[in-house]
Design a protein around this ligand. Structure first.
Ligand code: NAD
Length: 495
C-alpha cells in the first residue's frame, strides 16, 4: 500500500530536462530544441523534453535496425529474452511509486488509479510477454507425406510505436513488451503531454540488460517526430494508439512510404446499457459513474453514453448524478482523490465546448458542467451528467475524452441495440441485466471489441483489446498481440 507521506516526498523532487533515448543513452535533439512540460496539477512548468526532428528519428531507426541485424536480441534464445524482460518487470515494480508519481505530475491521473493502471499494469504486461517468449510455437502443416511444411513465426524487424498521454506506461507496455518478446527492436514516440515515465522505463530496460538500440524513445511533436516515424522507409510496422484523425494520417504515411503495416487503436463512444432487470441498480450506477469519470473521462473505453430502460431511467439518472456530484475531484497526488486533473488547458477547453454545445442542443444538465479549483492554476472539471441526449447530438456521436456523460432512454432490447450501434465507433460496451439470454444476445448484437456484462472496465492482460469500425484494427494484450509483431514464413521441404 502506498502511503501519502512517500507520495508527498516524491512530488517535490525536481525533474531534470529530459533527452531522447537512442542506442542506450540520452541525447539532446540535433536541433537543440525542447518542449516545456506543464503539469496539469497546477499549470506550472515541470521540466522540458527534447523535441526530436527528422535527423533524430533517422538516428533512432538506424540504431534499432543495427541492433536488430546484430542478432543480440532478435536471435537471442527466447529464454534469454524472457530473463531480461522479467528483470524489466522487477525494476518497474521496484520503482513503481516513483514512476506513478512522475506520471501523475505529467498527466494528472489520480494516483489511486495511476498506481494500478500504470507501473502496476506495465510490470504485469512485461511479465506476461516474458512468459510468452518461450511458449509460442510455430506450426507443422498437415501436408502429404512427401513434403514437410513448416510455418515459422519471425520478428518483423523495426517497430514504430506511437502512444497517447492518458495511460502512457500501460499502453506503452502493451506495444513494447510483445514486440520485444518476439525479438523486434522498437522506436517509441510518446505523447508530448506524457513522455516522462516512458523515458524512465527505457533507462530501466538498459539497467535490466536490454541491448543498446533495441528500445529507443524519441520525444517530440506528433506532426514532426511522429510524422518522421510514420513516413520512415526502414520502419516495418507502426503500432498506434490515439485519435482517429492521426490514425488516418498514419495510413497515408504508410501509403506514401514503404507500405508498412499500420495497427490502429483509436477512440470510442461506448454505450453502457442498463436494463430494468439489472440485479443491483446502485451497483450499476456506481460502476457506470466510475466507468466514465475515472481519469476525468480520459479513457478510450469510457462508457460515455448511458442507455437506460425507460421504467428505471429517472432512478438511474438520479443515482448516477448523485454519485458524480459527490466525487472527490482535485489534487491527483492525494490518495483520496477519485478524479484528478484534465491533462491540459486545451483539453479542458474542448470539454467545456462540448458542455456548452450539449446545453444549446437541448440536453438537460443534471450536475457539473464547469471548471473547478481554478485558483490552483490546474485544470479540473466537475464530473458532468446530461440527460435527454438524442442520437443526433454531437454529445452522442463524438468522443469528448473528458468527464461528460450523456444519458438516453430506450424502451426495448431492439432499440437498445440500435442506439448502441448508432455511432461510427466500436470499441467497448456494457450491459446490465440479470437475464442470461438478454446478456448473450446483446454481446452478439453490439458491434464492439469488448462487451462488459454486469461490470464496466477491468479486463486483464489475458484478453485482447481492439476496436472495430472507426475504433481501429488489430489487438493489444493477450497472445493475439504477438500477431502484430511477427511475420509468418513458410518452409516447403520436399522429402
Ligand atoms: P492523438 O492522436 O492526438 O496523439 C496520439 C499520439 O500521436 C501522440 O504521441 C502524438 O504526438 C502523435 N501524433 C500526433 N500527430 C501526429 C502525426 N501527424 N503523425 C504521427 N503522430 C502524431 O491522441 P491523444 O490526444 O494523445 O489521445 C487521445 C486519443 O487516444 C483518444 O481518441 C482516445 O480514445 C485514444 N485512445 C485509444 C485507446 C485504445 O486502446 N483504443 C487507448 C487510449 C487512448
Amino acid at each position: 500500500m502506498a502511503d501519502q507521506a512517500a507520495i508527498d516526498a516524491l512530488r517535490a523532487r525536481p525533474v531534470p530536462p529530459q533527452g531522447l533515448w537512442i542506442d542506450g543513452a540520452a541525447w539532446e535533439a540535433a536541433s537543440g530544441e525542447t518542449i516545456a512540460v506543464v503539469s496539469p496539477i497546477d499549470g506550472a512548468r515541470l521540466t522540458t523534453i527534447a523535441s526530436a526532428g527528422h535527423a533524430d528519428v533517422d538516428r533512432a531507426v538506424a540504431a534499432a535496425r543495427r541492433s536488430f541485424e546484430s542478432g543480440a536480441w532478435s536471435r537471442a534464445a527466447p529464454a534469454e529474452r524472457q530473463t531480461v524482460m522479467h528483470r524489466i518487470a522487477d525494476l518497474i515494480g521496484k520503482h513503481a511509486l516513483e514512476l506513478a508519481v512522475l506520471g501523475v505530475r505529467d498527466n494528472g491521473t489520480e494516483i489511486s488509479m495511476a498506481l494500478r493502471a500504470e507501473p502496476g499494469s506495465a510490470a504485469g504486461t512485461f511479465r506476461y510477454y516474458a512468459e510468452a517468449a518461450d511458449k509460442v510455437y510455430g506450426e507443422i502443416a498437415p501436408t502429404a507425406h512427401s513434403v514437410l511444411g513448416l510455418v515459422h513465426r519471425e520478428p518483423v524487424g523495426v517497430v514504430g510505436a506511437i502512444v497517447p498521454w492518458n495511460f502512457p506506461l500501460m499502453i506503452g507496455a502493451w506495444k513494447i513488451a510483445p514486440a520485444l518478446a518476439a525479438g523486434n527492436s522498437v522506436v517509441l514516440k510518446p505523447a508530448e503531454a506524457a513522455s516522462l515515465t516512458l523515458l524512465r522505463v527505457a533507462q530501466l530496460c538498459s539497467e535490466a540488460g536490454l541491448p543498446d538500440g533495441v528500445l529507443n524513445v524519441v520525444t517530440g511533436h506528433g506532426a514532426e517526430a511522429g510524422e518522421a516515424l510514420g513516413l520512415h522507409m526502414d520502419v516495418d510496422v507502426l503500432a498506434f494508439t490515439g485519435s482517429g484523425g492521426v490514425g488516418r494520417k498514419l495510413l497515408e504515411y504508410s501509403a506514401r512510404s514503404n507500405l508498412k503495416r499500420v495497427y490502429l487503436e483509436l477512440g470510442g463512444k461506448s454505450p453502457n446499457i442498463v436494463f430494468a432487470d439489472a440485479a443491483d441498480l446502485e451497483q450499476a450506477a456506481r460502476v457506470s459513474a466510475f466507468g466514465i469519470f475515472r481519469n476525468s473521462g480520459q479513457v478510450c473505453v469510457a462508457g460515455s453514453r448511458l442507455l437506460v430502460q425507460r421504467e428505471i431511467h429517472q432512478e438511474v439518472v438520479d443515482r448516477v448524478s448523485a454519485i458524480a456530484a459527490a466525487m472527490k475531484v482535485g489534487d491527483p497526488l492525494d490518495l483520496a482523490t477519485q478524479a484528478g486533473a484534465v491533462v491540459s488547458a486545451e483539453q479542458l477547453e474542448k470539454d467545456l465546448r462540448f458542455v456548452a454545445e450539449a446545453a444549446r442542443e437541448g440536453a438537460e444538465l443534471k450536475t457539473g458542467g464547469h471548471r473547478i479549483l481554478e485558483q490552483t492554476g490546474g485544470y479540473y472539471m466537475q464530473p458532468t451528467v446530461f440527460d435527454h441526449v438524442t442520437a443526433q447530438m454531437p454529445l452522442a456521436r463524438q468522443e469528448v475524452f473528458g468527464p461528460v456523460l450523456g444519458v438516453m432512454a430506450f424502451d426495448d432490447e431492439e432499440e437498445a441495440v440500435s442506439l448502441a450501434n448508432s455511432t461510427v465507433y466500436g470499441l467497448a460496451a456494457g450491459v446490465w441485466t440479470s437475464n442470461l439470454s438478454t446478456a448473450h444476445r446483446m454481446v452478439r448484437a453490439i458491434r464492439a471489441g469488448v462487451v462488459h456484462v454486469n461490470t464496466y472496465g477491468g479486463p486483464d492482460i489475458t484478453v485482447p483489446l481492439g476496436g472495430v469500425r472507426q475504433s481501429g484494427n488489430g489487438h493489444d494484450k493477450s497472445l493475439h498481440a504477438l500477431d502484430k509483431y511477427t511475420d509468418l514464413k513458410t518452409a516447403w521441404i520436399q522429402l
